[in-house]
Ligand binder design. Structure first.
Ligand code: TRP
Ligand code: ZN
Length: 220
């Protein structure tokens, strides 16, 4: 059930899209979301075609398998994140007071296929954080807490409204330390994503392994 939502951010129309998977307890809604826009100067593939494709593939996998989870699933693609989380703020502000407490978790995926990846887990809700850490522990891959992005992506308006949030991130313009290169491979002193917000953020700017692992983590 895809539902478009349009909003106006000073003078311009933007769009969110949500899609509910029928079934499950609508008193316990689990959301997975990503932003679909890019910056004007960027080609927008790692930021954030990566998260958007992973959420879409998860939704398609749910549909293909006829999955019948206990909770109700909602997938979301946000507009105008790069203009200040405009779409996600609009969505949260327009939830009714009855519907807001029904959201038991919001999971955010913004930059999850970085070409020189790290494996960062948002440190917000402990249960959601543990779920992602458990997934990565099962792969034998160490993770770190995501620290640079607090409030920098679409989970922020949900968190501010009291919704438990979590998410994954594979790195932007910060450089990999030697300790991180030792645990994840790659080159100390080189950025996780040298093409962050640049015209070279094309389909060549994706590490398929990172995108695949993070996509599986969404499903997990
Ligand atoms: N779209 C975000 C931005 O441009 C991407 C981002 C950069 C991010 N650093 C982050 C997302 C850290 C989460 C955490 O700001
Ligand atoms: Zn960005």
């Amino acid at each position: 059930h895809p539902t478009p939502q349009h909003f106006t951010s000073p003078g311009r129309t933007g769009y969110n899209l949500t899609a509910d998977w029928p079934g499950g307890d609508t008193g316990q809604v689990v959301m997975a979301g990503s932003h679909l826009d890019s910056v004007t100067s960027g080609a927008g593939i790692n930021d954030n075609g990566s998260g958007s494709a992973a959420v879409l593939e998860t939704a398609l996998a749910v549909a293909r398998s006829g999955y019948q989870p206990t909770k109700h699933l909602r997938f979301a693609w946000w507009g105008a994140e790069e203009l200040g989380l405009v779409g996600a703020k609009y969505y949260v502000n327009n939830l009714s007071s009855a519907n807001r407490p029904r959201i038991s978790g919001y999971l955010n995926f913004d930059m999850i296929g970085s070409p020189h990846p790290g494996y960062f887990v948002y440190h917000d809700d402990p249960a959601i954080e543990k779920t992602f850490k458990d997934y990565y522990a099962g792969l034998g891959i160490p993770t770190e807490i995501e620290t640079e992005g607090d409030g920098r992506s679409d989970h922020a308006p949900f968190k501010n409204a009291g919704v438990p949030v979590g998410g994954l991130f594979s790195g932007a313009d910060y450089t990999k330390t030697s300790a991180q290169a030792a645990k994840w491979g790659g080159t100390a002193g080189q950025a996780f994503d040298r093409c962050y917000h640049s015209s070279c953020d094309t389909t060549a700017n994706i590490n398929d392994t990172a995108l695949d692992r993070n996509s599986d983590a969404i499903a997990y």
